[in-house]
Ligand binder design. Structure first.
Ligand code: FES
Length: 182
């Protein structure tokens, strides 16, 4: 797994990863989407070097690969944070305070633009349209978890929790490094 999604992946690392992914498939043109999905699962976005390498490996024009990568909204061409926070601004959520949640998140994370990512690579904040859970409005999705009827206080607690979890993860990694270096 690529440690920091904000730091651009080195082109040679990307090439090696893409070759490994492509060669684990029948490497046909029709495998393009699953291959791109696997690359995105590894990097949380599609590095440019990866698109070029996929084109070479599948022997198809780079424009075709780029066209597919930009056509489907599931693919991101820029690095995303470890946690993608999607704030629904559909009608039901808008009426029930989505803007207040968004303002609270922007303030807390120091972000100003839709789709932007915190400098530490932890959070990406996105505004989305109806997520199909209007009965729970206002709705925020973090990763693959749906949080309904959220208040500004609850969203603050959620961020506290994720940051604390991240801190724990770092401590475990540090401890692991210490043990390995003994
Ligand atoms: S409007 Fe937000 S889930 Fe439908």
């Amino acid at each position: 797994m690529h440690a920091n999604p904000i730091a651009p992946a080195a082109a040679e690392d990307v090439e090696a990863a893409v070759q490994r992914i492509v060669r684990s498939t029948p490497a046909r043109r029709m495998d393009l989407i699953p291959i791109l999905q696997a690359i995105q699962a590894e990097y949380r976005y599609l590095p440019e070097a990866a698109l070029r390498c996929v084109a070479r490996e599948l022997n198809i024009p780079p424009a075709t690969v780029y066209g597919v990568a930009t056509f489907y909204s599931q693919f991101a061409l820029n690095p995303k944070g470890k946690w993608v926070i999607q704030v629904c601004n559909g009608t039901a959520c808008h009426v029930r305070g989505a803007k207040r949640l968004l303002d609270a998140l922007n303030r807390r994370l120091g972000l100003t633009e839709n789709g932007s990512t915190t400098g530490d690579g932890l959070f990406t904040l996105e505004i989305v349209s109806c997520l199909g859970a209007c009965g729970l409005a206002p709705v925020v999705v973090v990763g693959d978890k749906v949080h309904g009827q959220l208040t500004e206080e609850a969203i603050e607690l959620l961020i506290d929790h994720l940051e604390a979890e991240e801190g724990q993860g770092e401590k475990v990694e540090e401890a692991g490094r210490e043990v390995r270096s003994r």
